[in-house]
Design a protein around this ligand. Structure first.
Ligand code: AMP
Length: 403
């Protein structure tokens, strides 16, 4: 099992300057007066325990992040200044903001700061060297810190100066949330208890081709749901009517099925379907077998008999990885399969027979909708990084923290 450097490994922290890479790229909305406000502070809350832990150990804490896509230029609307108060509200400590992330001003401010306050630095992506992982820029970030802590899993699939370059230059560690995330992911795909099952759903095969290709080599059971199941069914000769379907990927789908058979990976496609003529909430719908889709009907969900079978099969599994909904879960009643399978997985996890890890934006929304997010062993809110991990790719910001 791969081990990662953690905060303990950094040693004594008293009076040490620790630079945390957070992901404060939070969704924003506006208040009644039209002022920008944070509409979901999950990412701020996830970095809070690490900040408070470091302060408790007597460290001088600096936080850096990107915000938006300023592309190496100063874009005032993307200043991290607007995150200073929301961060202070969460950690209940004073937050000082300065309008740069490297250079003398950072050094002077952190040295002069009161104990127990946190220094928030300006958007790292205001510098062109951030995304190009420029060695001089990484060095400039490192110059003002004794230690580096990565608490931004969602950014760790990018080799940027603040996620990868800096970690080569000063002693580095995974923050508390990243440490938990990595050990959960390692338990799920690195060194899992078997049988291991993956659920891959969502709209299109084309967006998850690498995920499917990697998983058939690693998992014992692969459940394919959502729109992408239509592509697999069509590739096997099922008429899918007006369904979302990538007919041009029929050969690819067949190759994946053959590869799975070679690898002893059992693929589970739906055996019954929920179809409707309209893509809207409450649309008239039918539950049918595979050979009964009319030309003007769309497959919008996996059928109940399939889900019963899958829930039963899950009882024999020890580990589950989940990305993507089983159907058009945003519109009832086409959320039924996603909700039922999520509930089955949640309850097996609560009983202790299943380790369940899920991730990706829509998946988190689907599990929240099913009311089972709290029952899963681990839910990753990282989108791109979680998918790249499911694709079996090395995440540069994580790799650099390996022991
Ligand atoms: P993804 O981002 O690839 O995980 O896709 C999620 C989206 O796939 C959601 O918006 C779902 O509504 C959509 N989806 C899932 N199943 C179907 C289906 N059978 N037909 C059309 N869209 C679907």
């Amino acid at each position: 099992m791969v081990q990662f450097k953690n905060i303990e490994d950094l040693g004594a922290l008293s009076n040490k300057r620790v630079l945390i890479r957070a992901d404060l790229n939070v969704p924003m909305g506006t208040d009644e007066d039209g002022n920008p406000i944070v509409s979901d502070d999950t990412r701020i809350r996830s970095v809070a325990p690490t900040i408070l832990h470091l302060l408790e150990k007597g460290a001088r804490v600096m936080v850096m992040s990107h915000f938006g896509r300023p592309k190496g230029q100063v874009v005032p609307e993307m200043s991290l200044e607007q995150l200073a108060q929301p961060l202070a509200n969460v950690i209940k400590k004073a937050v000082v903001f300065i309008n740069d992330c490297s250079g003398d001003l950072v050094a002077e401010t952190i040295d002069a700061m009161e104990d127990d306050a946190v220094l928030l630095l300006e958007n790292v992506r205001f510098h062109p060297g951030e995304e190009s992982n420029d060695a001089d820029f990484a060095q400039a970030l490192a110059d003002n810190a004794d230690f580096y802590v990565n608490e931004a899993f969602s950014c760790s699939h990018r080799a940027h100066a603040s996620t990868e370059g800096i970690a080569h230059l000063i002693p580095s560690a995974a923050g508390l949330a990243l440490e938990k995330e990595l050990s959960s992911l390692e338990n799920a795909l690195g060194d899992p208890k078997r049988p291991l099952c993956a659920v891959v759903g969502g709209a299109k095969v084309s967006s998850k081709l690498d995920v499917l290709t990697n998983l058939v080599e690693k998992v014992d059971h692969l459940i394919i749901g959502g729109g992408m199941a239509n592509t697999f069914l069509a590739a096997q000769g099922v008429a899918v009517g007006a369904s979302l379907c990538e007919h041009d990927l029929a050969d690819t789908a067949r190759t994946i099925l053959t590869k799975a058979a070679d690898q002893n990976c059992t693929i589970h496609l739906p055996t019954d379907l929920v179809v409707a003529k309209e893509f809207k909430a409450g649309a008239d719908n039918r539950i049918i077998g595979l050979d009964d889709v009319a030309a003007d009907e769309m497959i919008l969900d996996v059928g109940p008999a399939s889900i019963d079978g899958l829930a039963d099969m899950l009882k024999s599994c020890k580990t589950l990885i989940w990305n993507g909904p089983m159907g058009a879960f945003e519109i009832a009643p086409f959320d039924a399969a996603t909700v039922a399978l999520a509930k089955a997985a949640g309850s097996l996890t609560e009983k202790g027979s299943l380790v369940s890890v899920a991730g990706g934006g829509d998946t988190v929304a689907a599990l929240n909708h099913a009311g089972v997010a709290g029952q899963f062993s681990h839910i990753s809110t990282a989108g791109g990084a979680f998918l790249e991990w499911m694709e079996g790719k090395e995440l540069p910001g994580v790799k650099v923290l390996e022991k």
